[in-house]
Structures are given as structure tokens and as C-alpha cells.
Design a protein around this ligand. Structure first.
Ligand code: E4P
Length: 216
């Protein structure tokens, strides 16, 4: 399972990279808006830091505009993936970009049939938004299960990025289902490390080592 960070924050990206846990990054306009840096400089630095796919989102609403944006963004680095919303215009753009060899991540997916459309259009990645479904009392992870079944039935190669992750249980469930990728906010990645018994265990070992040291 690959771990992506859902962030545009350079410090978070550096830390996850140092831990050896960074397989890629997903950004969106909201995440980029939180960083106090010009867009071009920020994105160039993210692309340089990350040894893996980096999703950059288009903001045009019509296919032609999305395609023009995608072509420009794609020039910024070999690891660029173009994030495109799941609309008829978006999937029109995905089909054309796929023919040009430009990689796409179809975002804002909330139903299995939407995911089917994205795969048929030739998307490299699909991003079901789990947390936002949970927020409206829908079982978000069921969507990931359904997409996995559908893609398996037909041998689609579109990879599933579990997105809108809110807590470690989402990562656990995604892993149990066998999703290809989980993209998570940095605090969720940090929480994956934590277990009180690990902390207690370390304290006990260190305390006991003091007794050994006294005999050295
Ligand atoms: C996915 O690629 C999106 O950037 C992200 O996961 C959205 O998450 P949110 O619902 O926390 O905004």
C-alpha cells in the first residue's frame, strides 16, 4: 500500500520523506491556499522534494480549459499527475490527456458508478472521498469496497487513492480492503505511529537498562 500526503505544506512533506514513508503527494486548491507562497514556486519545490506522483488540480470547468491547464502543469515535472473533477467535461479531458500520455487523478468521486466512468475514460487514479461521505452519514469505506470489486471484475488498471481521510481507522480499513493508495493529512500519518504500550515498553526497557549499566 502506498502512502501519499494530502498537503501542500513543504515542512510536512520533508518530515514524511525523512521517515521514508512518502510515496507521493496530493494537493487541491484549498490546500494550496493555506500556504503563503506563490503557486509556481511552491509547486516546483513540492515536485523536487517528492520521489513519486504529485497531483495538481485544474480549476477550469470546461474540457478545453482543463486540457490547456493540464498541458502547462505537466511541463513542471515528470512526476506531475493532473487532478480533474468527476464531471462530463472532466472525463472528456481525461480521455484526451490519456491519449497524450498525461497522467490523471479523477477527484471528487462519491459513487461507484462515477468511479466506473473514470476508469472507462482512462484515468490513472480515482479518488473516492471517504471522510466527506462519512460527514453526511454515508458509509464512505463501502465506496472503496465497491470500486475495488468493479475494477477487479473488468481488470481496470486505474489505481484507487482513498482520499478525504480523517483518522487512522480510515487507513486501517483502506488497507484491509486492499486499496492501492491512502492519501492522508500529516497529523493522521503521525498518529499511525502512536501506541501507549509502545511508550510504556520503551520507558520500562530504559529503566531496566539503568540497572544493567550499574553493573557494567
Ligand atoms: C484528495 O485528493 C483531496 O485533496 C482530499 O483528500 C480532500 O479531503 P478533505 O475532505 O479533508 O478536504
Amino acid at each position: 500500500m502506498k502512502f501519499f500526503l494530502d498537503t501542500a505544506n513543504l515542512e510536512e512533506i520533508r518530515k514524511a520523506k525523512e521517515w521514508g514513508l512518502l510515496d507521493g503527494v496530493t494537493t487541491n486548491p484549498t490546500l494550496v491556499s493555506k500556504e503563503d507562497m506563490p503557486f509556481q514556486g511552491l509547486v516546483t519545490e513540492i515536485l523536487r522534494l517528492v520521489d513519486g506522483p504529485v497531483s495538481l488540480e485544474v480549476v477550469s470547468e470546461h474540457a478545453q480549459g482543463m486540457i490547456s491547464e493540464a498541458r502547462e502543469l505537466n511541463k513542471l515535472g515528470e512526476n506531475v499527475v493532473i487532478k480533474i473533477p468527476l464531471t462530463p467535461e472532466g472525463l472528456k479531458a481525461v480521455k484526451i490527456l490519456a491519449q497524450e500520455g498525461i497522467k490523471t487523478n479523477v477527484t471528487l468521486c462519491f459513487s461507484p458508478t462515477q468511479a466506473l466512468l473514470a476508469a472507462k475514460a482512462g484515468a490513472d487514479y480515482i479518488s473516492p472521498f471517504i471522510g466527506r461521505l462519512d460527514d453526511i452519514s454515508s458509509y464512505g469505506m463501502r465506496l472503496v469496497e465497491d470500486i475495488k470489486d468493479i475494477y477487479g471484475n473488468y481488470g481496470f488498471e486505474t489505481q484507487i487513492i482513498v482520499a478525504s481521510i480523517r483518522h487512522p481507522m480510515h487507513v486501517l480499513e483502506a488497507a484491509l480492503i486492499g486499496a492501492d493508495i491512502a492519501t492522508m493529512p500529516f497529523p493522521v500519518l503521525e498518529k499511525l505511529f502512536h501506541h501507549p504500550l509502545t511508550d510504556i515498553g520503551i520507558q520500562r526497557f530504559l529503566r531496566d537498562w539503568e540497572k544493567v549499566k550499574a553493573r557494567i
